[in-house]
Design a protein around this ligand. Structure first.
Ligand code: SF4
Ligand code: SF4
Length: 261
């Protein structure tokens, strides 16, 4: 009998929301466990950090010196490394610390700051080790995770989803909240993957899937200004969940600079 493929799910600095994409599979997870061997997944039970696996899913960003060592071990112990979620692919909301004085924050918040082991930055996994596939989103969804696993175990790399959320809106025939209601929306610069979930419920996209391909942030910033957002508000739209993604970081800082002029 052919040996089962071995899978691990690792956590770094994160809220665990992306691991829930696995746990929320429910019955499918039980069936999946029949097809693959889930070797390490602390949130679900199995603990075998050092075992070699075919696919290692990694949630979370690198925020401590211990994380830096651990991610190298994860890389050495797997054939394919797949990052899941905004924390792992772009550093997460916690990457905002890169624009602040981390030491001053730690000293201001903790009674005994000498016990805190924290880097001054929160960085994506790809800044530290080779990554085979990035699944964006905050959180990622079950369709992405299962699709990636199916493709990798069948021997091919799944195509990246880089279209803009606007395209998904059109496919779903959702009413455009920006055009119809003047609600500021990040869909024109955000990659799809969520199925245009927020706009299909009449609310704006807030960019949780990160930058799309061929994005024009300068144009969107002008549009947001036209709707009535002040520059500080525009900067916050970019400097949010995916603030560590270079295109969003750049657009946010450009909007901020104009505020400071
Ligand atoms: S990407 Fe979002 S949902 Fe996933 S771990 Fe990070 S904060 Fe949580
Ligand atoms: S609602 Fe947002 S994502 Fe949808 S078409 Fe309009 S701008 Fe694009």
């Amino acid at each position: 009998m052919q040996a089962k493929a071995r899978v691990a799910v690792h956590k770094f600095a994160s809220c665990d929301g992306c691991q829930l994409a696995f746990l929320n599979l429910g019955e499918t997870l039980v069936r999946l466990a029949d097809l693959v061997e889930i070797v390490h997944f602390a949130e679900a039970g199995p603990l075998a950090f050092d075992e070699h696996v075919d696919v290692a899913f990694v949630e979370g960003s690198i925020s401590t010196s211990h994380d830096e060592q651990r991610i190298r071990q994860v890389r050495a112990n797997c054939t394919h490394l797949v990052t899941i979620g905004a924390c792992a692919t772009a550093g997460g909301v916690q990457a905002l610390r890169g624009m602040a004085d981390t030491k001053a924050w730690v000293e201001g918040i903790y009674a005994s700051p000498e016990y805190i082991d924290s880097l001054a930055t929160s960085t994506p996994i790809s800044d530290h080790v080779r990554v085979d596939l990035e699944l964006w989103g905050c959180p990622v969804n079950a369709r992405q995770v299962l699709g990636a696993l199916r493709a990798l175990l069948s021997g091919f790399m799944p195509p990246e989803e880089e279209d803009k959320v606007c395209l998904e809106c059109k496919r779903r025939q959702a009413v455009c909240v920006m055009v119809a209601h003047g609600i500021p929306c990040m869909g024109p610069v955000t990659r799809t993957g969520c199925g245009a979930l927020c706009p299909s419920f009449g609310r704006d996209c807030y960019g949780c899937y990160g930058p799309a391909e061929n994005l024009n942030t300068a144009s969107l910033s002008r549009r947001l200004e036209g709707i009535g957002l002040v520059r500080e508000e525009i900067a916050r739209r970019y400097l949010f969940i995916n603030n560590g993604a270079p295109q969003f970081r750049q657009a946010g800082l450009a909007a901020k600079e104009k505020t400071d002029e």
